[in-house]
Write a new protein. Structure first.
Length: 138
C-alpha cells in the first residue's frame, strides 16, 4: 500500500486499537481515530486517563486497524505529539458533539488532543500472512 492508500484505509476503519507501554507492561485499548493524513494520526482522550499519562511518560505508541470483510490489518508505529491548540480541539468537538458535555463540565484542559507522527506502517493480509513484513514511512 502507498501512504495515501494507508491513510484512506485508516480513515475508513477509524475504530482501531492503540498500544502504550508503562514499566515494560503493554496496554491496549480501543480508540476512534479522528483522521489520518500526512500530518499524522489524530486522536483525543481525557487528561486524567491512564493512557494520557502513559503517553506523556513514553511517547512511543502503535495503532492497529482491521477490516474483517477484506481481511486487511494496518499497524502504524510512531511518536506522540500533544496539541494544545484550542481551535483544533473546537474543530474535533464540532465533529464529535458527544464530547461537548465533558468540555462544558471540565474545560478544554481536560480534553487532550494528540497526533501520532514519524510513522512507519505495515500491512497484513490473509493472502500474504506468511510473507515477511514490509514497512512504509507515512
Amino acid at each position: 500500500m502507498t501512504p495515501e492508500e494507508i491513510y484512506a484505509f485508516l480513515n475508513a476503519n477509524a475504530i482501531c486499537y492503540l498500544a502504550t507501554a508503562q514499566d515494560n507492561v503493554p496496554y491496549v485499548r480501543g480508540m476512534m481515530l479522528a483522521r489520518a493524513d500526512a500530518d499524522g494520526l489524530l486522536f483525543h482522550t481525557g487528561a486524567d486517563k491512564e493512557m494520557c499519562k502513559q503517553l506523556q511518560a513514553n511517547p512511543r505508541a502503535e495503532v492497529c486497524a482491521f477490516n474483517p470483510q477484506d481481511q486487511v490489518q494496518v499497524r502504524v508505529a510512531g511518536d506522540v505529539e500533544f496539541l494544545a491548540d484550542v481551535e483544533v480541539k473546537k474543530a474535533l468537538i464540532a465533529e464529535r458533539p458527544f464530547l461537548q458535555p465533558m468540555v462544558d463540565q471540565f474545560g478544554y484542559d481536560a480534553f487532550v488532543v494528540f497526533r501520532l507522527v514519524h510513522n512507519t506502517a505495515t500491512v497484513w493480509t490473509m493472502a500474504a500472512a506468511m510473507a515477511p513484513k514490509t514497512y512504509v514511512k507515512i
